[in-house]
Design a protein around this ligand. Structure first.
Ligand code: NAP
Ligand code: ZN
Length: 339
């Protein structure tokens, strides 16, 4: 079969490889579509820990090709994969924090992933999706699960004001989910105009180009979107600059969700007194494996707008070059499909 293989840091190619042998608890999935994500670039460049060689791709869906000994799935079923396989035995696993499993093994990171014609997947990781859906939408389940995790931690209430910083695919999904959570003011800040326009169609009540001002007045000034500060700020850009701004535009007693990922060794200065005196909550959010089934349900029920978020549809053969380069202009989501 063909697969996008990472042999070592910065050594990626599409090649012919043998299929993984099915273990007794596994089913064989024929991949229909796999999402490309910023983390794939981090893994490629060695700034996110992974095992080599590995077939990349942690956002994928497909059709059961061999159901093994399963009684829950049959050949021809469409399935989505929760790529994170928790151990079930460590302290986080035993205290309802499976996304923080210390022995987690992930498809596309530590074991073969979805940028391949076929993948062997443990039955515990599979979720049914209707055959009536477009095959590409299944690849959104994993990022949606991450967003749900972040919003569960944000505890958004009816009527809240929420600022989303960063208008990539995560920001666009957040706009939709924050609206469903009942927020009244939904601001998306991002530099690219096409992304601001997309967010307005998806439910953002306000958008701002952060390059247009060197103060936070358009955000929280007396004539700004949320005078005095936002109840919740979702940092979805992953830069020091946007984290700094998030801390500045949250209201007294408000919450900043640290969702964006910075390089592992990045250091950021804070004024502890400022956090103390303004009683700000800074909350991290890591993956979505604990809430993956909720994301699959939302995709199955078609309760989110997903197809317009796909700005680039490519074949597996284009993936190595694409990942070695920078994100494409206007890119929101790139989905890769087998030949
Ligand atoms: P993305 O496409 O890179 O989106 C981030 C966007 O933020 C950038 O493309 C950029 O868009 C915008 N940005 C940069 N500087 C900005 C500024 N000063 N003000 C406002 N916007 C700014 O990435 P993504 O896939 O949407 O993911 C977003 C972040 O979440 C990434 O850091 C990713 O690693 C992280 N993530 C976290 C989890 C988790 O479990 N917590 C899961 C998935 C992803 P413009 O060019 O339009 O400004
Ligand atoms: Zn565990």
């Amino acid at each position: 079969m063909k697969a996008v293989v990472l042999d070592a840091v910065n050594k990626i190619s599409l090649k012919s490889v043998d299929q993984d042998k099915l273990q007794s608890n596994e089913l064989l999935v024929r991949v229909e579509a796999a999402g490309i994500c910023g983390s794939d670039r981090h893994i490629l460049h060695g700034t996110y820990p992974a095992n080599y060689p590995v077939i990349l791709g942690h956002e994928f869906s497909g059709i059961i090709e061999n159901a093994g000994t399963s009684s829950r799935f049959k050949v021809g079923d469409r399935v989505n994969v929760n790529p994170n396989i928790a151990c079930g035995n460590c302290l986080p696993c035993k205290t309802n924090l499976v996304n923080l499993c210390r022995n987690n093994i992930a498809h596309g990171v530590n074991r073969n992933g979805g940028l391949a014609d076929f993948v062997a997947v443990p039955e515990t990781q599979l979720f049914k999706l209707p055959l009536s859906l477009a095959p590409e939408v299944g690849a959104f389940c994993e990022p949606i699960a991450c967003c749900i995790q972040g919003l569960d931690l944000a505890n958004i209430r009816q009527g809240d004001s929420v600022a989303i910083i960063g208008g990539g695919v995560i920001g666009q999904l957040m706009v939709q989910l924050v609206k469903k959570a009942g927020a009244e003011v939904i601001l998306l800040s991002t530099r690219q105009k096409s992304r601001r326009e997309m967010a307005e169609k998806l439910g953002a009540t306000h958008t701002i180009d952060p390059q247009n001002s060197n103060s936070n007045d358009p955000f929280i000034g007396t004539a700004g979107v949320a005078p005095g500060g936002f109840d919740v700020v979702l940092e979805c850009a992953g830069t020091k600059e946007t984290l700094q701004q998030s801390l500045e535009i949250v209201r007294l007693g408000g919450t900043v969700i640290l969702f964006g990922v910075m390089p592992q060794n990045e250091v950021f200065e804070i004024k502890p007194f400022d956090i103390f005196v303004r009683q700000i909550r800074i909350q991290g959010s890591f993956t979505g494996s604990a809430v993956h089934s909720k994301a699959v349900d939302m995709v199955a029920e078609q309760s989110l707008v997903l197809l317009p978020l796909i700005t680039h549809l490519v074949g597996f053969e284009e993936v190595p070059k694409l990942l070695m380069g920078n994100p494409l202009s206007g890119e929101v989501k790139t989905i890769a499909k087998p030949a």
